[in-house]
Design a binder for this molecule. Structure first.
Ligand SMILES: Cc1cc2nc3c(=O)[nH]c(=O)nc-3n(C[C@H](O)[C@H](O)[C@H](O)COP(=O)(O)OP(=O)(O)OC[C@H]3O[C@@H](n4cnc5c(N)ncnc54)[C@H](O)[C@@H]3O)c2cc1C
Length: 417
C-alpha cells in the first residue's frame, strides 16, 4: 500500500451536513488538521438546500436527551449518551457563534430566522473555508480498502488517495453502503421513512386540503399508533400523524409492500361513550335538522362530516330524529375507528430520510469510530438512525459528526510531534 498522501490527515467521503460539520469541527479542534471532503455530485450540501421546504429545519427545541431520543424510531438508544455531549442546545449555540440565529416555531421546529436554507449553507461553507478544508466535487469514491494502518480510497476516475483516517458520511446513498460492508461492517437494508399514505376511498374523495387538528392513526396489524394533525390530500392522508406512523412503521410497511389496514380516530379526545352521548344529544336537541349538514362539533369539518355520515348510512334528507340506532352506532365507528386501506406510499416533499444503514453495535458511540476498523469513522444518515420529521434528522448528523470530529482531533493532537 502506498504511503499516506502527505497533504491530508483526514478524508471525508460525502459533502452533506454530516461531512461538513465533521470537517469544520475537526479542523477547529485540531488547528492545522488537513481535511479533504470528496463529494460525488456537483452540488455541496444539496439536501440542506432543499430541506424543510427550502427553509432548513435545523433542529428541534427539545433539550432533554431522555425526551429527545423518543423521536428516533431507530437509533434512539445509541444516541442517548451522544446527546449528553452534543444536543440541540449546542447546535443552536454553534450556529449562533457563527452568526446564524435560529427561531422556534409553535411545534418546536427550529429554522434560521431568515427562513432560508441558504443561510445554513453559507454558514457551513464560510466556516469550512476559514479552516482551509479542501473540497472536491464530482468525485466519487468507488472502493475503500485498508491494510490496518491506512486507507486507500479508489476514486471512480482511477485516482487513489491514501490517508490514515476516513469518515464515511455518504448519507442514505444505497450504493455507497458497500464502502462500509466491504470493510466487514453489517448493514441493515435501507428502506424509506417519512412518507404519506395512498388511500383510494370514497370517504376521502374530493376532500383534499381538509385537516383536523388532532387525530390518531393506527396500524392494527403492527400495534403502532401516532397522534397529531391529520391532512387529507389528493392521494390519501398526510400530516404529522401519518408521517410519525410512517417512520415507526417504515420497515413493517415496506415488508407488506405498503398495503395495510389503517384505523383513523377523527376525535381522539373523546371516548366511544362520549361520542355516542354527543350524537344522542344532537338528536334530541335538533330532531328536525338534517344530520349531514350539522356536525355537532366544530373539530370535524363539514365536508368530512358529510362523508362520514353517508358512510354510516345517512342520506341527504335524514333528520337527526330519523337516525336509527344502527346508523348512530355506525357513525360512532366511522368517527372513532374508521377503517381504511393503505395501498401505497406517497412523497412528503419537506423531509425524507432512509431507515437502515450501518449497524450501530459495530460503532463506538463515544467516538463514532468503527469497532472493527481502526481509523474509520461514521456520521449522519449512513448510520442505522432516523428520526421523525421536525429537525431530528439533521440533529443526528450534527451530533454524530461533532463526536467523530472531537475524537479525530484528539487522535491528531496525540500523534502530532
Ligand atoms: C427533501 C428533504 C428535506 C429534508 N428536510 C429536513 C429537515 O428540514 N430537517 C431535518 O432534520 N432533516 C431533513 N431531511 C433529512 C436530512 O436532509 C438528512 O438526514 C441529512 O441531510 C443527512 O445528512 P448526511 O450528511 O448524513 O447525508 P447527505 O446530506 O445525504 O450527504 C451525503 C453526501 O454524500 C455524497 N456521497 C454519497 N456517496 C458518495 C461517494 N461514494 N463518494 C462521494 N460522495 C458521496 C452524496 O452525494 C451526498 O451529497 C430532509 C431530507 C430530504 C430528502
Amino acid at each position: 500500500m502506498a504511503q499516506p498522501n502527505p497533504g491530508r490527515d483526514l478524508l471525508i467521503i460525502g459533502g452533506g451536513a454530516a461531512g461538513f460539520f465533521a470537517a469544520i469541527n475537526a479542523a477547529e479542534a485540531a488547528p492545522g488538521l488537513r481535511v479533504l471532503i470528496l463529494e460525488k455530485s456537483s452540488q455541496l450540501l444539496g439536501k440542506v438546500r432543499i430541506s424543510g421546504g427550502g427553509r432548513c429545519n435545523v433542529t428541534h427545541a427539545c433539550f432533554d436527551p431522555q425526551q429527545l431520543v423518543g423521536y428516533y424510531p431507530r437509533g434512539g438508544k445509541a444516541l442517548l449518551g451522544a446527546f449528553t455531549r452534543f444536543q440541540p442546545r449546542d447546535t443552536v449555540e454553534w450556529f449562533r457563534l457563527r452568526g446564524v440565529k435560529l427561531k422556534t416555531e409553535a411545534d418546536g421546529r427550529m429554522f434560521p430566522i431568515t427562513d432560508s436554507s441558504q443561510t445554513i449553507i453559507d454558514c457551513l461553507m464560510r466556516a469550512a473555508r476559514r479552516q482551509k478544508v479542501e473540497i472536491r466535487t464530482k468525485t466519487t469514491v468507488g472502493r475503500l480498502t485498508t491494510d490496518g494502518s491506512r486507507f486507500e480510497a479508489h476514486l471512480t476516475s482511477g485516482e487513489v488517495i491514501t490517508v490514515r483516517q476516513v469518515l464515511l458520511a455518504t448519507g442514505g446513498d444505497r450504493n455507497s453502503l458497500q464502502l462500509a460492508s466491504r470493510l466487514s461492517h453489517s448493514i441493515e437494508s435501507p428502506v424509506p421513512s417519512l412518507f404519506t399514505f395512498n388511500i383510494r376511498d370514497e370517504r376521502l374523495h374530493d376532500l383534499a386540503g381538509i385537516s383536523v387538528p388532532e387525530a390518531t392513526v393506527r396500524l392494527p396489524g403492527h400495534k403502532l399508533e401516532a397522534r397529531g394533525p391529520l391532512l387529507v390530500t389528493h392521494w390519501g392522508l398526510s400530516g404529522p400523524a401519518v408521517l410519525r406512523l410512517s417512520a415507526w412503521g417504515a420497515r413493517s410497511l415496506h415488508e407488506n409492500q405498503y398495503r395495510a389496514a389503517l384505523i383513523v380516530n377523527w376525535l381522539p379526545g373523546l371516548t366511544r361513550e362520549q361520542i355516542n352521548h354527543w350524537l344522542q344529544d344532537a338528536r334530541e336537541s335538533h330532531p328536525r335538522q338534517k344530520a349531514m349538514t350539522s356536525p355537532p362539533d366544530a373539530r370535524l369539518p363539514q365536508r368530512l362530516w358529510a362523508k362520514l355520515t353517508r358512510a354510516a348510512g345517512f342520506s341527504d334528507t335524514t333528520n337527526w330524529a330519523d337516525a336509527s340506532k344502527t346508523m348512530l352506532s355506525h357513525l360512532v365507528d366511522e368517527i372513532h375507528q374508521g377503517e381504511y386501506l393503505i395501498q401505497g406510499k406517497g412523497q412528503f416533499k419537506d423531509e425524507f430520510v432512509t431507515c437502515g444503514g450501518v449497524s450501530l453495535d459495530e460503532i463506538n458511540f463515544k467516538t463514532m469510530q468503527s469497532r472493527l476498523v481502526p481509523g474509520l469513522y461514521f456520521a449522519g444518515e449512513i448510520l442505522n438512525i432516523d428520526g421523525l420529521t421536525g429537525g431530528f434528522n439533521f440533529q443526528n448528523a450534527w451530533t454524530t459528526a461533532w463526536l467523530a470530529a472531537q475524537s479525530i482531533a484528539s487522535q491528531q493532537m496525540e500523534n502530532s510531534p
